[in-house]
Design a protein around this ligand. Sequence first.
Ligand code: SF4
Ligand code: FES
Length: 334
Amino acid sequence: MAKVTIDGIEVEVADGTTILNAARQIGGEVVPPAMCYYSSLKDTGGKCRVCLVKVTQGSAKDPRPMPKLVASCRTPVMDGMVVQNITSPEVLEARKGVVEFLLINHPLDCPICDQAGECDLQNLAYEHGAGKTRYEEERRTFEKVDIGDKIKLHMTRCILCYRCTFVADQLTNERVHGVLHRGDASEISTYIEKAVENDFSGNMIDVCPVGALTDKTFRFKSRVWFTKPLDAHRNCTKCSGKVVLWTKGDDVLRVSARKDEFGEVKEYICNECRYDHKNMGDWTIEGPRHIDKNSVISQNHYEKIDMQKLKLDIERQIQFQKGKQLPETNQSPA
Ligand code: SF4
Ligand code: FES
């Protein structure tokens, strides 16, 4: 075990734990943001640099500070290590610079982007971004690409975090897309635009931290903060069947996997659950989805909903789909 102090809070973690995961064990504000690291995908991290932190004491044995800021997702803790994240002005300044770099080619099209409200880059820009850009050169432009019949790729929005390629490598049995070229010519591409067709390819949408990969069955249907997210499950032979239904009235607009407080999917879902069950009656509703993140998505959230009324409404919808009618309820939401 190793003792590490992050922003003045001490935590004891297993040897080999990264600084980022040690901070996640503390939780709250001391957790550095992460745009490319994804704990359930092997070898992710080290690409985006938003998780930079300052190590002011390397270890109890060798207390010298590390000369440069380090990527917390790739740096293992040492016993006696002292780390600064939000308590270091240098880290906050560096993070602001990283966000500026990430936004160099990223269009500011949040008003029409389906990821708005749940986009990690949008949240980061609000917290750390500069008010204006200093970039005067021409931005990269790309045609939009269909990756199969369910996923749309907007390469202009991609920050090259590689998460989607790791999903394809590790969750599906064949990867037909990857990062082509080098430097500022790099791009995500399906080799000769081959469709990504396998049962778990939809998870690429959930791991994409920006709006580069979006669900074509949901595109432009609703701003996400106007939807009511519900936890729901069904018996599925391919995956856990545990999902979030993004609903509006009685309609299921989108089905996605559930994310934890760090924005990561813990149980990946299959394409059948994601795309082929858009009826409320296909699901057992568990209740409203708790939204953890400080994001625009939580602004219109409704957790104080009257559960009794919600259950009756859902029951009525299911009965309606089966051709039966239930009596009206006059209960109003809390
Ligand atoms: S498409 Fe999304 S998940 Fe894939 S590399 Fe780009 S930003 Fe990352
Ligand atoms: S999360 Fe650490 S470099 Fe991207």
